[in-house]
Design a protein around this ligand. Sequence first.
Ligand code: PHE
Length: 362
Amino acid sequence: MKEIERLKDISKGRDDLEQLLNNTLDIIKACEDLESVTKARISILGKKGTVAGIFKKIPEFPYKDRPLLGEFGNLLKKVAEQELDSKEKQIRAAIREKKLAGLAIDVTLPGRGKPLGRRHILNMTIREIVSIFLSLGYRVIHGPEVELDYYNFEALNTPTYHPARSLQDTFYFKRDDPVKDSRDDVLLRTHTSPVQVRVMESTKPPLYVISPGKAYRRDEIDATHSAVFHQVEGFAVDRGITMGDLKGTLEVFAKKLFGEEKSVRFRPHFFPFTEPSAEVDVSCFACDTAGCSLCKGVGWLEIMGCGMIDPNVFSYVGYDPEEYQGFAFGMGVERIAMMKHGIDDMRLFYENDVRFLRQFHV
Ligand code: PHE
């Protein structure tokens, strides 16, 4: 650098100038951060700084020395500015370097695992039930949860005075235009059986249908009741279908679902839309029909309702009961999942505690 050589030249043999020059350069060299650069800038180039001090002192010197001192002051100012700027640049570069090093990605760090979702136990149970019927040649058809009284009750041979129709058991929708005919009342379906009517009404036999979905009842929520629950409906309509077909089908199903070693029995029951009707039981998981606390001494656990489709239902959908016969069944998914997995409180299904839900593999 030309200026520095000239400064050295001028200060040669003049201790005061030499010291001034060296001091100034040392101060700049010693700077380690931006703060010290700023301080040095002020102390060297500021109003009361080193360079200003030189110019202030010039009048005290003899005329002949003054131009040289002026040159010294100007050059020192220039050199100090350059040195301070390059020092500041250096420091800023180092800061940036350090920041980037902190941002560097360590590709050897193990990744953070994302927890994997899984199917809900109720959906797993529905799939398991449905897949057994798919293997028997059934097909899946869904129906609406918001239903007409006609499909939920009337066409299922459930007369107006039937207790299930009361406001106490069924969620009805309020209508702005109160209907004259109760069949037009809108409600949340209380079971999946209305799908039977909807499918038969629009499709000719043969029919082998399975229909999973939600159902609603005005139940107090407790360990075995929920206002929203799940059912799987199934029905078959064809020529020459007998109660033997119903029994055989449901026996195969129950053993596939609960285990070949289980026994299955049919117990007479009543449903308005089937005749004859029955409830299906499987031998108790804990005592195998001996009677214990799980089955409350009965020896058997109820798994579903079923029966031969009532000819009255056929007449609602325009089927000739002389030509076609059919059976139907409906089961509660929660109940079946509870039995299969030894769960004693239905509310666990809906609380979404992953510690509970994680446990199930089907
Ligand atoms: N729908 C009946 C219920 O909810 C079950 C059922 C379905 C019974 C089909 C017979 C035939 O209890």
